[in-house]
Design a protein around this ligand. Structure first.
Ligand SMILES: [Zn+2]
Length: 460
């Protein structure tokens, strides 16, 4: 079959299935499957059951299971994941398709233009929590398989559908799950549909992600609070020590000044300052920080952000020198550097720069590895070819400033597998934010491209 016969066949099927695709996605979005402990876990169970049912209806899998693994160091089980498997035939490879069915909390209801769990179409986009992140990933997998089954008489390709239920809560049982169910997840190619595209017109393969190190940092200068009038000016309070320390993380222009935090060397596409300003909601007067190409700063350089602080609230503040303050610090790690080596660098920096002989404790550490792929494997080439046909334009290789630590865990568990990071988001999707939405034409192209990828992996 020629390429154009293939694309015509896929387009015809996509048109036939389109209303079912959108209604399947909408039904999934209606389940408020927030995986955070403060939310009803029954909804995560319901969404796992809904996904398992959809997988069964494909009629292609040898087994469809809902599985949970224990969270290490706790007596609790992780959230339910769906694993569906079909063995490969005639020596064909096996592809694992990953997405997650849990979602972030909705945030403030009043900030949503339409209810978070009532999918609503406006201007070609489907609004709702999870519409993009990552229920559209699930739908991409389900329907690309369904299309493949219609297009090809003999599907030899082995298929594993792995839909996790706790990605938005940091995948606490993921390592245990990979160990426990290793046999069921074994694959030659792993497609992680949980990232984005360069724009609604330009598809992308994500070839790097930053890692993440977070920790709580307590800074102490006194053993109890004292009067700021009697002692202020001679005795240092913990807030001053914290402010000076935070400042030492950065150079004058806001680049990172911590020795030992690596920078990854890569070419990046140009990005318009105005667009980034708009996307980030920067005030007109706010200036950028850092140095180098904007995308290089976001994808390939480290960043440090203080994301929380425990100190007395303003309403109840008294005239007291604070004896201690506690910070939550988030470090984004450049691709190529191990998280633990970044943690060591930051710890050494703190020990060397904390002012006034203040004492510190660093605890509650969480490490997430970066991802870096050469993007030259055979599946990556096939994925790019599929994107080119589906979108009518060459895809780009992009980095992402955020972190998806389980991808590195996948790579460690299956070192011989080629990992492809794809996705259905675009820069306006606002994953994790209020008014999250999915561009429906991007979903159509994502299913289109992945169908061509599966077809190509299946062989002629
Ligand atoms: Zn996600």
């Amino acid at each position: 079959m020629s390429d154009s016969q293939r694309t015509t066949a896929v387009e015809k099927l996509l048109n036939r299935e389109w209303s079912d695709i959108v209604s399947t996605l909408s039904d999934l979005v209606r389940i408020p499957s927030v995986s955070w402990p403060a939310f009803e876990s029954v909804n995560v169970e319901r969404s796992a059951e809904a996904v398992a049912q959809l997988a069964k209806e494909l009629g292609v899998f040898d087994s469809v299971e809902i599985l949970r693994s224990p969270i290490p160091g706790s007596s609790e089980l992780g959230q339910p994941a769906v694993v569906a498997r079909r063995a490969s035939q005639n020596g064909a490879p096996t592809v694992l398709l990953y997405a997650h069915h849990d979602v972030q909390p909705p945030g403030n209801d009043d900030d949503w233009e339409s209810p978070a769990f009532e999918p609503t179409e406006r201007n070609g986009r489907l609004f709702g929590r999870g519409s993009a992140d990552d229920k559209a990933g699930i739908v991409t997998h389900l329907f690309s398989i369904r299309l493949l089954l219609d297009l090809v008489d003999d599907v030899d390709l082995g298929l594993v559908l792995f839909i996790e239920g706790e990605e938005e809560f940091g995948s606490p049982s993921f390592d245990a799950f990979l160990t426990e169910h290793r046999d069921k997840l074994q694959a030659d190619t792993i497609v992680v549909a949980d990232s984005g595209n360069w724009s609604v017109d330009v598809p992308a393969l994500t070839t790097s992600l930053r890692g993440n190190v977070t920790f709580a940092l307590t800074i102490r200068t006194l053993d109890h609070g004292v009067h700021s009038g009697m002692f202020g000016g001679a005795v240092p309070d913990a807030m001053l020590a914290a402010a000076r320390l935070i400042d030492s993380f950065y150079t004058a222009n806001g680049s990172i000044a911590v020795a030992g935090l690596a920078v990854h060397d890569r070419q990046v596409p140009d990005y318009d300052e105005k667009t980034l300003r708009h996307e980030a909601g920067m005030l007109d007067s706010t200036t950028f920080i850092g140095a180098g190409d904007l995308m290089h700063r976001l994808w390939s350089q480290p960043a440090i952000t203080v994301t929380g602080i425990d100190a007395p609230p303003v309403e109840s503040a008294s005239n007291t020198l604070l004896p201690s303050v506690r910070l939550r610090v988030s470090v984004r790690v450049a691709p190529g550097q191990r998280a633990v080596s970044a943690l060591d660098a930051v710890r050494d920096h703190i020990a060397g720069h904390i002012p006034f002989g203040a004492q510190f404790t660093l605890e509650d550490v969480n490490l997430g590895e970066a991802f870096l792929d050469s993007g030259v494997g055979p599946a990556a080439r096939a994925a790019r070819a599929g994107m080119r046909d589906a979108w009518g334009i060459d895809p780009i290789d992009m980095g992402v400033g955020g972190s998806i630590p389980f991808i590195a865990t996948f790579k460690q568990a299956f070192p011989d597998a080629e990992v492809l990071v794809t996705g259905v988001e675009d820069p306006d999707s606002r994953a994790h934010g209020t008014n999250e939405s999915l561009h429906l034409e991007v979903l159509r192209r994502a299913i289109y491209a992945q169908t061509l990828l599966l077809w190509s992996l299946n062989g002629e």
